[in-house]
Design a protein. Structure first.
Length: 190
């Protein structure tokens, strides 16, 4: 009888140990997925901010300081430049570059669209996982302005949002604000 009780007790303890190991493995897997998910999003946000800054830095190349920015709206920025972003060189033609948030949702959330002369810029195409974007414009003295001819820098405020990789997980939502100078207009003074 004692042997039977020992066997039943050993079986119960072994079952509990196996359950603990399985639970630990599942928690470890979930933690690894969350870490990879967060690292991927941080990398995406870094790439997005670099692209946006690189595009806005080319605003007004070859243009008079007061004619670089065409549209200075909170949801859309349009500027002119002689710089061709896809060709990475100065051209004889004036190019119009637009940054705006798409109006439709995709599997990747809403996207920030960057287009030159109505054509998507090939290496920026879309910037995914954005739920909101707003632009705030500043003049040479650092005061907020909405007059396109006075714009010398732009704050791009981006809200990135992405669903969790596992059901029941918390979605990642991050707000980033970057200041982009329209260097060609800023350095010219005006």
């Amino acid at each position: 009888m004692n042997v039977m009780l020992d066997l039943i007790g050993s079986t119960m303890i072994a079952g509990l140990l196996i359950m603990m190991m399985l639970t630990f493995q599942l928690q470890l897997r979930d933690a690894a997925q969350r870490t990879l998910y967060t690292a991927t999003m941080v990398d995406h946000m870094d790439m997005a901010c670099t692209k946006i800054n690189k595009v806005i830095a080319m605003a007004g190349v070859g243009m008079p300081a007061d004619s670089a920015v065409v549209t200075a709206e909170s949801s859309r920025l349009i500027f002119r430049t002689y710089w061709s972003y896809p060709e990475n060189q100065l051209t004889d033609d004036i190019h119009s570059v637009m940054l705006r948030l798409s109006s439709s949702n995709t599997d990747f959330g809403r996207t920030l669209i960057i287009a030159q002369d109505g054509v998507l810029i090939h290496d920026a195409d879309y910037i995914f996982y954005i739920s909101d974007v707003s632009f705030i414009y500043y003049n040479l003295a650092g005061q907020v302005t909405t007059t396109p001819r006075n714009v010398r820098s732009v704050d791009a405020r981006l809200t990135f949002s992405r669903a969790a990789p596992t059901s029941g997980g918390r979605a990642l939502e991050t707000r980033i604000q970057i200041r982009c100078y329209i260097m060609n207009s800023y350095l010219k003074g005006g």
